[in-house]
Design a protein. Structure first.
Length: 293
């Protein structure tokens, strides 16, 4: 295994650089929104964040291990050794649709995987607590997880040219109600196939959801589970690897159950698969069973 502490440092630097670009676009007031791949929204913030993250990857990762290749949402695959199973990835704006609507719970995230196994995840939500349209010194959180090393959150405050971070606080598990209905997000999405939509419909009609919630992005939804805004996030087809790898590491290290449809931790040798985050295995089983898996 590579120097995970140094890899974490690279990912934190990268998402910080990307976040600065995202906030610069928001402050500028022009999103430059367009449609890619016929149905997905992309903004100038996505592009500028992607470029900033990639620049950090290109500068620092070859010194750690020249085999590490890069996979980013906008710039695609580059760097490293072709076919290498050591991958540093990033989603420069997770939740582009809600970001473009003016939401404050979007995320900039990055990760490191080996042989499809997530080892490090970093999620930055720079406006999670106090949005930029309320104050120039918006307040958010930087959340990190390292396999075997725990999950931590740090409060952030934007200074205009960088961020001030408070001391790290360890994240831990949360108890679930002893019942049969839960506060949950089980979303529909434009990326879903018919059978995936049917799985969602079965869950929605099963009666196990007491209240529908959700934040519009995979990272934000997992953070809602970790920080107590909902019990369950069940993504039965809309999410992909760049969306889900960072929150997987963090949720597992915080003591939550993260399963695919086979009741196992997802391995990301495939791009897309069902994904559920729950407070324990019993609740995860309840939702997977309701979905028909």
């Amino acid at each position: 295994m590579n120097d995970i502490a140094e890899i974490l440092d690279v990912l934190v630097e990268a998402v910080t650089a990307g976040t600065l670009e995202v906030l610069a676009v928001k402050r500028g007031g022009t999103l430059g929104a367009a449609i890619k791949h016929g149905r997905e929204l992309v903004t100038e913030a996505d592009k500028r964040s992607d470029a900033a993250i990639l620049a950090v990857f290109e500068r620092r990762f070859p010194r750690i291990d020249p085999e590490i290749r890069f996979h980013l949402e906008e710039s695609g695959n580059s760097g490293g050794t072709v076919g290498s199973l050591k991958v540093a990835g990033a989603d420069p704006v997770d939740g582009t649709n809600i970001f473009a609507c003016g939401s404050n719970v979007y995320a900039i995230q990055a990760h490191y995987v080996e042989d499809g196994v997530p080892l490090v995840g970093v999620i930055f939500q720079p406006e999670a607590y106090l949005p930029l349209d309320e104050t120039e010194r918006c307040v958010g959180r930087l959340v990190t997880g390292v396999r075997g090393g725990g999950a931590f959150t740090r409060r952030s405050e934007y200074t205009g040219s960088g961020f001030e971070f408070r001391a790290a606080r360890k994240l831990g598990p949360r108890s679930a109600p002893d019942g049969k209905a839960y506060v949950a997000c089980v979303p529909f999405g434009t990326k879903m196939e018919v059978h995936e939509r049917e799985a969602v419909r079965r869950v929605q009609e099963s009666g196990i959801i007491a209240s529908n919630t959700g934040a519009g992005g995979a990272a934000a939804n997992v953070m809602m589970v970790l920080f107590g805004a909902q019990h369950v996030y069940g993504n039965f087809g809309a999410g992909e690897d760049l969306d889900l790898i960072p929150p997987q590491v963090i949720a597992l290290e915080a003591g939550f159950t993260v399963w695919n449809e086979q009741r196992k931790e997802p391995r990301w040798l495939v791009k897309k698969q069902p994904f559920i985050v729950a407070p324990n295995e019993a609740v995860a089983e309840l939702f997977l069973g309701a979905a028909g898996f």
